[in-house]
Design a protein around this ligand. Structure first.
Ligand code: G4P
Length: 189
């Protein structure tokens, strides 16, 4: 999506260790007009797929998912990173490792909000190593829900997540795919 690529070129900052800082428009200060254009693009790409719910994960996916949901006219469920060790039976639970921050998060969704009849669109801001997206597909699988596809804002295509998730048969639609950020120069696929 041209508009997102242009914004990344203009306001994105490449930091050490292959991290793209987009906190002026995507995951700290949020440009909701841009989110609306992103939501429209996913709605166009997934038209006719009878998506009835969007599933995302704390924290940065939530804002993007909510604006996109207005385009689809569906509710949003966000998977929560649980702070309690006492995880009860009324939730679906998955452990998501973070490659960038280290450690593992317990991620949960109430069984009340994911149903076998659901046709889900998964949404997240970044696709890097794919751990978050794999966690969401795992939660959907536990519920017996159908994953129609995943809408990603920024895919770092030089990291293995996109390939891994697509190899599992998930349709991934990333609005900006970065081929390389070597020496601070952003190159799109
Ligand atoms: P994954 O997102 O593909 O699972 O990969 P990874 O485990 O490497 O990512 C860990 C966290 O870092 C994720 O957020 C992810 O969105 C974020 N991330 C990965 N690469 C970049 C990047 O280049 N720039 C920015 N700004 N973030 C990146 P999180 O910690 O799980 O959640 P949250 O930040 O949404 O709260």
């Amino acid at each position: 999506m041209k508009e997102l690529e242009e914004r990344i070129r203009r306001d994105g900052i490449v930091e050490d260790g292959d991290v793209l800082k987009v906190d002026s428009f995507l995951n700290h200060q949020m440009d909701v007009e841009l989110f609306r254009a992103m939501g429209r693009e996913w709605a166009r790409l997934f038209a006719g797929e009878r998506i009835n719910k969007i599933l995302t994960i704390e924290a940065s996916g939530i804002g993007i998912a909510c604006v996109a949901a207005l385009e689809f006219g569906v509710p949003v469920v966000f998977a929560k990173k649980s702070r309690t060790r006492n995880i009860t039976g009324d939730v679906y639970h998955v452990q998501v490792p973070s490659f960038t921050h280290g450690g593992v998060s317990d991620v949960i969704v109430s069984k009340r909000f994911l149903l076998p009849t659901d046709r889900l669109l998964l949404i997240d801001d970044f696709l890097a190593n794919g751990a978050a997206l794999e966690g969401l597909t795992d939660l959907a699988e536990q519920a017996g829900a159908t994953v129609v596809g995943a809408g990603i804002a920024v895919e770092k295509a030089f990291q293995p997540g996109g390939e891994r998730v697509r190899a599992k048969g998930v349709r991934v639609e990333s609005l900006a795919r970065i081929k390389s950020m070597a020496s601070g120069q952003i190159e799109f696929c």
